[in-house]
Design a protein. Structure first.
Length: 305
């Protein structure tokens, strides 16, 4: 039996084996092994455009490597997890898993694939080059202590489930038009996030003008794990394009951080595209500094079907 196997759905037994691998990786790093949209599809056992590849250790029969590609807004996001105990074989496992994932995407019609790698090492860059992938995007994780000590000058309110979805989606999809993960959300996408254990309506801060949502800041709390402290994340922040240039991005960030601080959280965190100089400068002025970088290695996969 080959070490690398492709799956288009994940049943309970295989799901439990993959979860054991993810748990081991999360204990070692203190961070979630998969991004939210990938983790949600895995928990559901699959979905449209779902591709998973497992690597099984010959001796133990355990799943020690896992790659998953999930479609999002006309592209696929691919992520990879390897058991820390098998780090010495990570380059071989990475190449086989990512290569098999790209081939599976090709068999399903192809398209743009972004392989997201947190703090890529030379081995990751070598694998990407071997597979014809190039670094196209860098995501910065930034943090700052809480509270900020900076006054919030606008009023916000909690998200109201069952009433605010349409207004929220309008702002989100206009603000993130063309974005690989956050753009093109549907009501089903939003409801899947609302069904997650970590979702809290009061953690989604809404700002209105003339009785319409014009900006929001969605926060998320990450429990302490391994070497990581409890973190309060600015999960998604958006301003309606008609209201750009009015300082709402800064104020919504402060509103989200204030909400987190009131919950007793002492470290704030967010992700931002390194090429978004305006946002990076804003966050630096608010006291954030970069703690890690995630790189997207990208390729366009031609259909083989």
């Amino acid at each position: 039996m080959p070490n690398a196997e492709v799956h288009h759905s994940i049943g309970p037994v295989l799901g439990a084996a993959v979860r054991r691998l993810l748990d081991a990786a999360e204990r070692a790093t203190g961070s979630a092994a998969l991004s939210d949209h990938l983790a949600i599809d895995l928990a559901r056992g699959g979905g449209a455009g779902f591709v998973a590849v497992t690597w099984t250790d010959d001796a133990s029969g355990d799943v020690v490597g896992y790659a998953q590609a999930t479609q999002a807004n006309e592209s696929s996001a691919l992520e990879l997890v390897i058991d820390p105990a098998h780090a010495e074989n990570s380059r071989l496992i990475s190449r086989e898993l990512v290569g098999a994932g790209l081939a599976a995407v090709a068999a399903q019609g192809g398209g743009l694939v972004n392989w997201l790698v947190r703090g890529p090492a030379a081995a990751d860059e070598a694998v990407a080059a071997e597979l014809g992938m190039t670094a196209s995007r860098r995501l910065l994780q930034m943090r700052r202590p809480l509270p900020t000590g900076i006054e919030v000058e606008i009023e916000t309110r909690p998200f109201v489930v069952g009433a605010d979805e349409d207004g929220w989606l309008e702002v989100n999809n206009l603000a993130f038009a063309g974005h690989g993960e956050q753009g093109g959300w549907t009501i089903e996408t939003l409801r899947r996030r609302q069904s997650e254990e970590w979702f809290a309506a009061d953690g989604v801060r809404i700002h209105e003008r003339d009785c319409r949502i014009v900006a929001f800041c969605w926060t998320k709390v990450h429990p302490a794990s391994g070497p990581e402290p409890e973190l309060g994340e600015i999960y998604v922040i958006a301003v309606h394009p008609d209201h750009h240039g009015r300082g709402l991005g800064r104020q919504m960030t402060l509103a989200g951080l204030e909400h987190l601080a009131r919950r007793g959280i002492t470290t704030g965190m967010l992700w931002v595209d390194a090429d978004n100089a305006v946002a990076v400068n804003l966050y630096e002025r608010l006291g954030f500094s970069v703690v890690s970088t995630t790189v997207a290695f990208t390729t366009f996969v031609r259909s083989s079907g």
